[in-house]
Write a protein of this length. Structure first.
Length: 560
């Protein structure tokens, strides 16, 4: 470990790094007591089976390639990272030991050492440090084409590897021995510990990946697990079944024997199953159903902001959306208050920025401090059609807007009300004709990755409590949500923020970057922040839903 020569400098550096690396969310250290969860009443007659749902098929269960919330939800239950994100007794997110039973970092914050506990994969083989090394290397390897690889850029040489300029063996991660993983960073990173509980750093088994090749992660029998549960059955577009992983190191904390995950895209069908007890936990998406469930008094309810923003995105490799005034016109046209009040009926909040409301910077809330850059864009451009016509003129397009047809890629998990509203809105405001291009979710995701669309909409959740989680995904060559957009100033700002340990300096950088993203360039058009309304059957105990992660079912049990 590096040692500082002056004791004063040493103490100052430790205080700075301690503040930055901890952030504003309380994080448990390896010596903290375990999170307290409800104590299960012993009752041998109570069947320990939980039923939950997803709104669509996961796009993949290959750790290196999964990028959507449905995949993340499944992987969180069946895989175990170095650390795990839980909900503490005070309701805040906490980072707790998982595969790593302890860790430490060097004085300069660049070298992190994780000591692994004795643990096994579901096939009985030991989980080793090499599994974590291989996982990071495979995700970084350009041949894998991982859509989440850029999240690992704080690791030394990661960026050069992703760009194909360096071999994966040069990544700053190594197995010191079978139970020791050492990670060397490119720079002191304010959010590195958060990456250790994200799926991007889950271990991967080289022998299993190589055995199944391109089909790895596509079927239950082509996977191996080290988490609380194993995927027992995966019937595509129908259901996924977990069973308790008897090889899991903390198997005694897992009370559920089985988890049934039904894929239900239609809200009425999902709510019907919630009401009749065949689904135990669900999130309604309409005010009508929220009102009905509240009135019934049948359920416990978990509420609060999600770290998730909804937005329209544009393929900027198409002629029309290569022009920023065209993109700005679409953003200005959006009546965000009407969308929330009439379409979402007050269950979401109108978004005039990109970074979601739960995100803090240091000890302050970023959204409150940074203001609303989209409102500024709207105030400066009261006539969206005039802006649209200016953009057409700059492109040399001499057409009446009514002659322009624009396909809007719509995920099939959505109802028709919102896309049909957008059809009408953009026709009224801009004069263009919107054609609905409906795609099943995995196909929607793949077309997004291949830039095989013109315009689309979806939502994006944050991985950790720092603005970086919403902003670094838009740097040039990031593959998480391809749009063809590139801005050197934006890229440089994100790099500057990643190198800084001063939260006030980082705030100013992030504020400018967000304004470039949603105002100056309007690379995307955010329109709502998501609110959580989760209904839980009263006999379900121990459910955890972190602000920056999917539901954790490890501690759930049934008590009737």
């Amino acid at each position: 470990m590096n040692k500082q020569k002056g004791i004063s400098l040493f103490l100052i550096l430790i205080l700075i790094l301690g503040t930055v690396l901890t952030g504003c969310r309380k994080q448990k250290t390896p010596t903290d007591d375990a999170n307290t969860t409800p104590t299960m009443t012993e009752d041998s007659n109570t069947e320990q089976i939980l039923s939950i749902s997803l709104d669509s098929e996961p796009d993949s269960l290959d750790v290196a390639k999964a990028s959507d919330i449905n995949s993340q939800t499944i992987l969180t239950q069946v895989m175990e990272n170095l650390t795990r994100l839980e909900v503490g007794n005070d309701g805040s997110d906490v980072v707790v030991p998982a595969m790593a039973e302890s860790w430490e970092h060097s004085d300069d914050g660049l070298v992190w050492t994780f000591k692994l506990r004795d643990a096994k994969w579901s096939d009985g083989k030991p989980v080793t440090a090499e599994d974590f090394v291989y996982g990071v290397q495979r995700t970084l390897d350009p041949e894998t084409a991982s859509p989440v690889a850029t999240l690992l850029e704080p690791i030394k040489n990661a960026e050069a590897i992703i760009n194909g300029d360096m071999d994966v063996s040069k990544a700053g991660i190594e197995a010191i021995d079978e139970k020791t993983v050492q990670v060397t960073l490119e720079y002191a990173c304010a959010h590195f510990l958060d990456l250790t509980y994200d799926r991007v750093m889950q271990p991967q088994r080289k022998d299993i990946v190589e055995k199944h090749g391109t089909s790895y992660g596509t079927e239950a029998d082509k996977l191996v697990f080290n988490g609380p549960f194993v995927v027992e059955e995966w019937v595509h577009n129908s259901h996924i079944t977990f069973s308790k992983n008897e090889s899991y190191w903390d198997e005694k904390s897992v009370k559920l024997d089985k988890v049934n995950v039904k894929i239900i895209s239609e809200e009425t069908a999902l709510m019907g199953e919630l009401q009749n007890g065949t689904i135990d936990i669900a999130d309604p998406s309409s005010a009508e159903w929220i009102g009905k469930l509240d009135e019934s008094g049948q359920f416990d309810k978990i509420t609060g902001f999600e770290a998730r923003s909804h937005y329209i995105f544009f393929n900027q490799e198409t002629e029309l959306f290569s022009n920023k005034k065209i993109r700005q016109a679409f953003s200005v046209s959006l009546d965000r208050e009407t969308i929330q009040n009439d379409i979402y009926q007050g269950i979401h909040m109108a978004a005039y920025g990109w970074v979601a409301p739960p995100v803090d910077i240091g000890t302050e809330n970023f959204r409150k401090k940074a203001g609303d850059p989209v409102k500024e864009l709207i105030d400066e451009n009261p006539d969206p059609k005039a802006l649209f016509m200016e953009g057409l003129k700059e492109l040399g397009i001499d057409k009446d807007p009514s002659e322009i047809k624009i396909p809007l890629m719509v995920p099939n998990i959505e109802g028709r009300e919102f896309p049909e509203y957008l059809q009408q809105l953009f026709n009224e405001k801009l004069g263009v004709n919107i054609e609905l291009d409906i795609a099943e979710w995995p196909i929607f995701q793949e077309r997004n990755r291949q830039l095989d669309y013109v315009m689309g909409y979806k939502s994006k959740g944050g991985y950790y409590n720092d603005p970086m989680t919403f902003l670094d995904i838009w740097v040039t060559n990031a593959k998480i949500i391809p749009t063809g957009w590139s801005n050197k100033r934006y890229d440089n700002l994100i790099k500057e923020a990643s190198l800084s340990v001063d939260n006030e300096e980082r705030y100013e950088i992030f504020k400018e970057a967000e304004r470039i993203l949603v105002k100056e360039d309007t690379a995307i058009a955010p329109y709502s922040y998501e609110l959580r309304n989760t209904y839980v059957q009263k006999y379900v105990k121990g459910a955890m839903i972190p602000a920056f992660g999917p539901i954790l079912v490890k501690y759930i049990y049934i008590e009737r």
